[in-house]
Design a binder for this molecule. Structure first.
Ligand SMILES: *Cc1c(COP(=O)(O)O)cnc(C)c1O
Length: 396
């Protein structure tokens, strides 16, 4: 974007744009904010931590009054594990709604922690629906908590969290949300989507650098979590109580990452908050999808479930196409894309999030067209099985 170009640090062939769902392309100002060392106990840093928590809570939107925000060191998964271990009672039982790698990871964490759980597995990319959740909860009174992924980044599907929250609340259970790749771009206000806790991280839609995650949870839940965690370092009650008391993080905080994140929060607000960011990401997606379709590529998902976070494209059937070659050609032109994660058909993904605008997206499409020509690919159309798979999806 303009300020990056002006400072001469714009991504290019030696520093490509990251079209990946985090780490992602950040603004030069965000990277520059890391050039100062900060003492973790110092009042300046305590003030920064307080500002960070207040801004994130405000971002949650309507109905946040009963909630609080607790940052946690580590990548996003550390915060997911902290949320699950702190809030699901040791004698509770979770219903995990899985439709991709991140839902599977939630089940894997619960297995590792030895917490009782059942999984509704929708495969690679069918959305879990409110009615299924209602039926599962009616059939098993021992389920205490429902866990759902907001945007399942492995396919890019936007799961219907509103209807799932409604079914969960109607059955008197608690909802935990992995909104890692959605929060900051997609609304998630407790007034509309009642949740016990949600988790996200610094390096997704808020466009910071990696180093910590954060949980927004009902204060009651944070109080109730005392003594429940399986872990010392991932205990959200303890982190929260200590932060409330001292204004500091319990253990060494990622000081530079926090400084960068505060700059990212400023840019988020300047762009018009969550609504402004969503508008840019939707525009990125629309330009990308339209351009790629014009080249003959097809998206896995139909419009209804297509998120503005990341888009999955089928790998072309033409035998001249090689993903490894395509990846290297795009990288040489200044764009890093992402391999696919589906089990049935081959695919690849292109992210729409990060400090990218429609000019960048047009650049990716142009580079993809050139790469096809360089490989001698005549058609980017997917194999017939891929389209059959998609037809199955639209029936859901
Ligand atoms: C990125 C992401 C995570 C966390 O991944 P880390 O690699 O641990 O940061 C979790 N859930 C979803 C949906 C994600 O997109």
């Amino acid at each position: 974007m303009a300020e990056d170009t002006a400072s001469g640090t714009q991504p290019g062939a030696d520093a490509p744009f990251l079209l990946t769902p985090g780490p992602l392309t950040t603004a030069a100002e965000v990277r520059q904010a890391m050039l100062r060392d900060l003492g973790s106990w110092d009042s300046d840093f305590r003030e920064m931590t307080a500002r960070l928590r207040a801004c994130l809570l405000e971002m949650a939107g309507r109905g946040r009054e009963a909630h609080d925000c607790v940052p946690m060191q580590g990548s996003g998964t550390f915060a997911v594990e902290a949320m699950l271990g702190s809030f699901i009672p040791r004698d509770g039982k979770a219903l995990v709604l899985a439709n991709g790698a991140y839902g599977q990871r939630i089940a894997a964490i619960l297995r590792t922690l030895g917490r009782d759980h059942v999984v509704i597995d929708k495969g690679d990319y069918l959305p879990p629906r409110g009615a299924e959740v209602a039926a599962a909860l009616a059939g098993d009174p021992s389920i205490s908590d429902v866990v759902v992924v907001h945007c399942e980044t492995s396919s890019g599907i936007l799961n219907p969290v509103e209807e799932i929250a409604e079914a969960t609340a109607a059955a008197g259970r608690r909802l935990l949300i992995d909104s890692m790749s959605a929060f900051g771009a997609l609304p998630l206000a407790p007034a509309e989507v009642p949740f016990e806790a949600m988790v996200s991280s610094a390096n997704k839609c808020i466009e910071g650098v990696p180093g910590f995650g954060f949980v927004i949870a009902r204060r009651q839940a944070l109080e109730r979590a005392k003594g429940n965690s399986h872990s010392l370092s991932l205990d959200l009650h303890d982190q929260w109580a200590y932060m409330e008391r001292t204004g500091q993080w319990r253990f060494t905080p990622p000081t530079h990452v926090v400084a960068a994140f505060l700059k990212a929060l400023e840019l988020h607000a300047a762009e018009g908050g969550t609504a402004g960011r969503l508008a840019r990401y939707e525009r990125n997606r629309d330009v990308l999808v339209e351009g790629m379709r014009a080249l003959g590529f097809e998206t896995l998902l139909n419009a209804r479930w297509l998120s503005p976070i990341i888009v999955t494209f089928f790998t072309p059937a033409d035998p001249a196409f090689s993903f490894a070659r395509f990846y290297e050609l795009l990288k040489a032109k200044g764009f890093i894309i992402y391999p696919g994660k589906l089990t049935v058909v081959d695919s690849f993904r292109i992210g729409c999030i990060g400090r990218l605008d429609e000019t960048v997206m047009r650049g990716v499409v142009r580079a993809a067209g050139e790469a096809l020509a360089e490989m001698g690919v005549r058609s980017a159309a997917p194999p017939p099985e891929a389209l059959a798979e998609r037809a199955r999806l639209s029936a859901a």
